[in-house]
Every structure is written in C-alpha cells, then in structure tokens.
Design a protein around this ligand. Structure first.
Ligand SMILES: [Zn+2]
Length: 215
C-alpha cells in the first residue's frame, strides 16, 4: 500500500503554520487537482507536485506587520508562513526595507540617487536590492574616492536625490565637494544610522514624504 500523510501535518512541515492559512493552501492544492474537499490525507508521491503548486499559488507572508502591509492585495492569496518563507523579507529586514524603498521610489518617480559614503559591501547589497528596478546609483566611496568639484558637478546635475551616509567613513572634505555646490532643486537627506536597512528606510521615507507627493 502506498504511503500517505495527513495533509495538515504536511502543510505544517512546509511552514504553513496557522489553521486559516492551511485552508487557503488546501484550496490551492485542490485547484491543482492534488486533493479535494473532505480529503484528510495525501499520497507521499504527490509531495513534490504539491509543493510546487502550493508555493506557486500563494503569497507567503510572515507575522511581521510591516511585511503584511508591504504585501498589499496580491493576486495570489496571502498565507501566513515562517520568516524564511516570507515573500517580502525572506527572513531579512534588509530585504524588506529594500522592497519598501523600491516601491516608494516607483510611486514617486525617484530613480537617480547619488550616495556619499558606505562600505563596498553595503554598496554591493544596495545594487543587488535594486537590480531590475528603475533605481540607479552613483556612489562616492568615502574611503577611496577623492572627487574634485569638477567631477562632482555632473553627478549633482544627474541626481534626483543626494544622500549623505553620515555614520560611515566619509571625510568631510569629500561630502563638502557635493554639498557646497548642490543645485537648489536637489534634495539632500542625511542618514545617521549605519546599515543598508537604515539607508533604505530613509530613502523610502523621503520618497513617500509630502515633499515628493506634492510636487
Ligand atoms: Zn516577512
């Protein structure tokens, strides 16, 4: 006789943790022809197909209210899942902040960001978070770059937002080159906290602020 498993137990093992979400998950499985109403068990040989249909048919979101808010009203039903399965943060606060920044910038048409400061790792992470989005970066590395005013001018003309990452290694004479000749129409924000999450939150906050939406 073929081995089978209780559907609820299997869904729990997949990371679908609450009863209401498991009902949503069962609907998805039924739509894929892998179970039907009233069935308690699923044949083990169906696990692989069921897993594929399940994660393809739902929007998994963790318990964090920020993730739920960011998920909005997706086409695929929202199902409560563990953090590592969350489609918003994937267990990473940085990833969630990155998504929020991308969404806020898309809404307000903010695409060209000039960033002063931050480490090479942080820059790589920022670029990775915004790959495939309209956001472009020009980044001045406070440890290595020594731009002149002449080099700074085209960057200032290009940018829609100037971000000074003040808590990172950023010599005053480097930031000064940019802040002194800042065009009147170019907004400037200063991020006091370290970490890519904080940087993304600050840009998202600016992009969704009244200064952007009224203009
Ligand atoms: Zn999450």
């Amino acid at each position: 006789m073929a081995a089978d498993t209780d559907i609820d137990d299997w869904l729990v093992s997949e990371g679908i943790l609450d009863a209401r979400s498991r009902i949503e998950a069962r609907v998805v499985l039924a739509a894929a022809g892998l179970t039907r109403a009233g069935k308690q068990r699923i044949a083990n040989h169906k696990f692989e197909r069921a897993r594929e249909a399940l994660w393809d048919g739902i929007t998994p979101v963790c318990a964090n209210p920020a993730c739920l808010a960011a998920a909005g009203s997706p086409a695929k039903p929202i199902v409560h899942a563990g953090r590592d399965r969350c489609s918003i943060c994937g267990g990473s606060n940085t990833r969630r902040a990155g998504r929020e920044m991308v969404a806020a910038c898309a809404k307000s048409g903010l695409e060209r960001i000039l960033l002063l400061g931050g480490s090479g790792n942080a820059h790589a992470e920022l670029r990775a978070l915004t790959t495939g989005t309209p956001i472009e970066w020009r980044i001045v590395d406070g440890r290595n770059d020594r731009p002149t005013k002449r080099q700074a001018l085209p960057d200032l003309a290009w940018a829609q937002l100037l971000v000074v990452w003040a808590s990172t290694e950023l010599p005053h004479r480097v930031s000064q080159v940019y802040t002194e000749d800042r065009p009147p129409g170019l907004p400037l924000i200063t991020v006091a906290r370290r970490g890519v999450e904080a940087l993304c939150q600050a840009v998202a906050h600016f992009a969704s602020g009244p200064a952007r939406n009224s203009g």
